[in-house]
Design a protein around this ligand. Sequence first.
Ligand code: IPM
Ligand code: MG
Length: 367
Amino acid sequence: MSGRLVLLPGDGIGPEVVKSACCVLEHINSLGRGYTTEEDLVGGAAYEAHGVPLHADTLARAKQADAVLLGAVGGPQWESLPFDKRPERGLLALRKELDLFANLRPAIVFDALAGASTLKPEVVKGLDILIVRELTGGIYFGEPRGVDKDAQGRIGRNTLVYHEDEIRRVVRLAFDMARLRNKRVCSVDKANVLECTELWRDVTNEVHKDYQDVALTHMYVDNAAMQLVRAPAQFDVMVTTNMFGDILSDEASMLTGSLGMLPSASLGASAEDVGKSRPGLYEPVHGSAPDIAGMDKANPLATILSLALLLRYSFHDEGAARAIEQSVERCLAEGYRCADIDEGTGACLGTQAMGEKVAGYLETFWT
Ligand code: IPM
Ligand code: MG
């Protein structure tokens, strides 16, 4: 198994966590795989070098790759830039240009971390939720947008807009994913207030006709936010709009103990067809954490688990993906922690040491 990865470490802790994941990838190569990497800039780092958060050459390079692994973007020094120059725009452009309409955010509670969540262990133990977030539409991209003025003063405007085809493709993918799991989909909307999400609900019901073996429920987003902390085990796959998914996935991350544990995969095709058409983009859900950047304190596990998703979806290398996930589980079971999930169970490791620790277990789980 082989393939070409583009690494976009980005800003803040991005470079450290990507480097740590690369250590894992090097070990995978030493076990007989042939994955190559090239590195490029995105976000604030790209702005500093080129004056734009995503250079056209970087985009072209990403398009030609088999998969992209991204760290994080953003930082306080770029917050006052005009909107189109901000680091976040680089990430959004990448998602849009690669047409990565489905963002998979699995929230899995490792047994060893059941006590690390701020919720009671009995509420989160064994939890395994997959949030499927629409990623290239909705209020993030809708027009008209912007701030302008009228006679009374300034007006800010964003538009929530979905074409039925955009809803259909992401909902379909959610149903496909549910078939590989516990066959339950909860579609999250605000159909009691927002017409656009009333359409979301209608289209979801239509798609469901092709998936009668999967149980479908609908939930308003405010209730879903509450249910996620009240009784999260009721969920299997949740599918929702871009902004609701952004918010709910941060919330779900806290069930797992830390935002530093949540990986993500952004796909532009059904799971079977990823890699055949366009590359997938893989990134930790956490941000650039500028306050701890460069200190070797960041938890690299979300990025390492994103690498596992990359190998699974873009290269169908289930063997390597499972080996990474089991190695992470073993590290945690042995008591190794990073500062964000440290409960005094054992050694608290830095970013690079955690990567090496995970890499060291790979052979044990290699099949
Ligand atoms: C995420 C982030 C991004 C988003 C930001 C950095 C643009 O919060 O991936 O969840 O809102 O999508
Ligand atoms: Mg977010």
